[in-house]
Design a protein around this ligand. Structure first.
Ligand SMILES: [Zn+2]
Length: 177
């Protein structure tokens, strides 16, 4: 059965204001945000074109994106380990809504990627997965399910454009056999 297309609808500020019970309130908030120990190092790595994970000394998994403790063994992770950046698409969706909740005329394909990292068992769900854009795949690849299990690798932005952000990776693209 062909899946029904649900294009979504752009929600404008004035639509929200018109809702009953909605009051106008503009908070003044100053804050600084810390990405934390593990994520900060991970972001620094991205700026250098490297994907870093942390090793759990007990179960020997390399956690990527990195965490300071292993959620299975309840102990601190230790060494930093660089992973190749290649991986497999676990799931994907065609998105008509952008990150600023705007409607996209040209939809993007977003996927969850299980990066190749030591210690993971095939078919298990003991990985965190990386949420990112997929490029070089079509809507039909998603709708037909062909994208699931596809081997992908990061397409990096040029070094001078990298900012220590997830978007230093432009997208993940299929690995050509
Ligand atoms: Zn562990």
């Amino acid at each position: 059965m062909k899946p029904e297309r649900t294009p979504g609808r752009y929600i404008r500020e004035e639509d929200l204001r018109r809702l009953p019970g909605v009051i106008e309130y503009k908070p003044v908030a100053r804050y600084s945000y810390s990405a934390g120990q593990a994520l900060s190092e991970f972001l620094r790595g991205l700026k250098e074109g490297r994907i870093l994970g942390k090793l759990c000394p007990s179960c020997r998994r390399v956690l990527v994106p990195p965490r300071v403790y292993c959620e299975f063994c309840f102990i601190h992770t230790t060494e930093w380990v660089e992973v190749p950046g290649t991986g497999v698409v676990e799931t994907a969706v065609v998105s008509y809504i952008g990150t600023a909740r705007e409607r996209l005329e040209k939809p993007e394909i977003i996927g969850v990627i299980r990066l190749d990292a030591p210690g993971y068992r095939e078919g298990s769900f003991d990985f965190a997965g990386l949420f990112h854009r997929l490029c070089g795949v079509t809507e039909d690849d998603v709708k037909s399910g062909r994208v699931i299990g596809m081997r992908v690798r990061p397409r990096w932005r040029p070094p001078e454009e990298r900012r220590g952000s997830m978007l230093d990776i432009e997208c993940f693209e299929p690995v050509q056999p």
